[in-house]
Write a protein that binds this ligand. Structure first.
Ligand code: FES
Length: 96
């Protein structure tokens, strides 16, 4: 079971493999915008992955296209609703 560490709060929660980071954040009570309810249409769930990027699900075309339209993306960027947890720990940084 992967552990999810959330910055800037510093909270660490146990999550489940296959769960999206958005689902894990909401289950942990972390406020994160998700205007399109996880359809990769709004970009409001943009986060940075500080550690564990390689264990996440691969970026699909719809996520890539949405990220391309967001100002301030970096090589650490993912959409929380599209990135699914693998079996290793991940550290994320929330932007809002
Ligand atoms: S919730 Fe809209 S892109 Fe993730």
């Amino acid at each position: 079971m992967p552990m999810l560490t959330i910055k800037p709060s510093g909270k660490t929660v146990q999550s489940a493999e296959g769960m999206s980071i958005l689902e894990a954040l909401l289950a942990a009570g972390e406020p994160i915008m998700h205007k399109c309810d996880g359809k990769a249409e709004c970009g409001s769930c943009h986060i940075f992955i500080n550690e564990g990027r390689k264990t996440l699900s691969k970026i699909q075309r719809s996520e890539n296209e949405r990220l391309d339209a967001i100002v301030g993306v970096s090589s650490q960027s993912r959409l929380a609703c599209q990135a699914k947890l693998g079996n290793e720990d991940v550290t994320v940084e929330l932007l809002s």
